[in-house]
Design a protein around this ligand. Structure first.
Ligand code: SUG
Length: 448
């Protein structure tokens, strides 16, 4: 049976703004309080989805969240009508209003961890929504994420959904951003690679000194258990704490994998050789031939990687078996990175082509091409069981583009978030979106 990697991209929400909310994420911190352009952000994301679809890749779309999250503000003690809740929060606790308005759900690499059916004990595709426990503005995403994923992958015969892990730092889970799957073919059993930043209970693992390590070993292990993965099909590795301290807040900022290939920076991991050997031997047991492409620090520094998002790229398989790298424009403007990429594609190795996309609006909050997509490997039968409303087509692209043009503002600052009219605009937009994507009622304002 045929199988595919389907990329579900997060549609940028109408409140996209630069709130400076993510300590440890250099772009989020340095662009704090700048004015954003939600319309441009959503259109840049849609253009990437359309381009990948046009290149022949399977492409889907994942809906944004209801923002401002008035219910979250009510849980923090703000009361009255919805407009009063927003105005009171703006007056007394602006950072909480900003957090409740974040469009951060666009980075769907953090929405969930997904294990394809070929890897799981019950032969279903498993999803665990990420608790995103490290940042308040992200920790409020998972209930809606679960409802949206449930509406997209609704067939219980093929899809199993797990609630987010307990919402405490010891089980901090950032989803697929710290998870990669290696395989010979998408429909065959593979090796799932979980990268963590620290251990919650075992003091032998070093931790970063400056910035938080968002993912724990214990969270990764819990996800692997929930998904029914075989021990032989899992490899755990620790991220190098010193790169976290240089702004690598997720592993997908310093490594990306696809098929049998891992593309990574020399400084990305601890005990790299041991990890590579384990990946290679476990992949060999399921018939695969592991290949790694290491980018030396002499060619590209960790700082270059953090600024250009070289590794936050999408590594995609082309029909001839070679691979294509989708990178953000920032890679072209970094001389060392661009020089490295020219050499890489010209060397006759597995990565043959680079395509550049303008994702500046998302990049300024620390989200590149890979952050914007959730990969779901599906066989033909499973793909047919996905809600067809969320699979990208030319007509869907047109409707979504027109929907963005109709509903989105082209400028957003902190003051705009305090405007109660924004809530009404967003709800009207999202109500229409759930009809376009045929999701049913998934937002708090639709179900309460
Ligand atoms: O969690 N930025 C996100 C970026 C997530 C990128 N995802 C991956 N690497 N997979 C984060 O730090 C910034 C929001 C603000 O500051 O307004 C933010 O949440």
């Amino acid at each position: 049976m045929k199988s595919y990697e389907v990329n579900f991209d997060g549609l940028v929400g109408p409140t996209h703004n630069y709130g400076g909310l993510s300590y440890g994420n250099v772009a989020s911190q340095s662009n704090s309080q700048q004015s954003s352009n939600p319309k441009e952000a959503a259109l840049q994301g849609l253009a990437k989805m359309k381009a990948l679809m046009d290149m022949g890749f399977q492409q889907g779309v994942l809906a944004p969240q209801e923002r401002p999250d008035v219910a979250a503000l009510r849980r923090l003690g703000f009361a009255g009508s919805d407009a009063q809740v927003i105005q009171q929060a703006a007056k007394e606790a602006m950072p909480l209003l900003v957090a409740s308005c974040s469009a951060s759900s666009m980075w769907v690499a953090n929405a969930a961890t997904v294990s394809p059916s070929a890897d799981t004990a019950d032969g279903r595709v498993h999803f665990t929504a990420a608790n995103l426990n490290c940042k308040y503005h992200r920790s409020i995403e998972h209930p809606t994420t679960s409802r949206v994923l449930g509406a997209m992958f609704a067939n219980q015969q093929h899809f199993a959904h797990h609630a987010a892990l307990p919402a405490v730092a010891q089980f901090g889970d950032e989803g697929a951003a710290n998870h990669t799957r290696f395989c010979r073919a998408y429909g065959e059993a593979g090796v799932e690679f979980f990268v963590f930043g620290r251990s919650a209970f075992d003091t032998r693992y070093p931790a970063p000194q400056k910035y938080p390590a968002r993912q724990t070993l214990e969270a990764s292990q819990a996800v692997a258990r929930l998904h029914g993965l075989r021990e032989e099909g899992v490899v755990y590795a620790q991220q190098n704490p010193s790169v976290i301290d240089q702004g690598v807040f997720h592993n997908d900022v310093i490594a990306v994998g696809n098929g049998e290939v891992l593309f990574y920076h020399e400084d990305a991991f601890l005990e790299t050789n041991k990890m590579l050997a384990e990946l290679s031997s476990k992949l060999a047991k399921v018939g695969g031939k592991f290949q790694s492409v290491c980018v030396p620090r002499s060619a590209v520094t960790v700082d270059d990687a953090v600024r250009s998002y070289l590794f936050n790229s999408q590594l995609l398989s082309r029909p001839d078996g070679s691979m294509l790298l989708i990178v953000p424009e920032e890679c072209r403007s970094n001389e060392r990175v661009w020089h490295y990429l020219q050499g890489l594609t010209g060397a006759g190795g597995v990565i043959r082509e680079v395509k550049v996309f303008d994702l500046k609006q998302s990049m300024q909050n620390g989200g590149g091409p890979a952050c914007l997509r959730l990969r779901v490997a599906l066989n033909e039968t499973e793909l047919a069981a996905v809600n067809p409303g969320v699979i990208m087509t030319a007509p869907l692209y047109d409707s979504l583009t027109q929907w963005v043009e109709r509903h989105y503002r082209d400028r957003m600052t902190e003051n705009d978030l305090a405007d109660p009219q924004l809530l009404l605009e967003c709800r009207a937009a999202l109500d229409e979106l759930t009809q376009i994507l045929k999701l049913g009622a998934v937002y708090p304002f639709q179900i309460n």
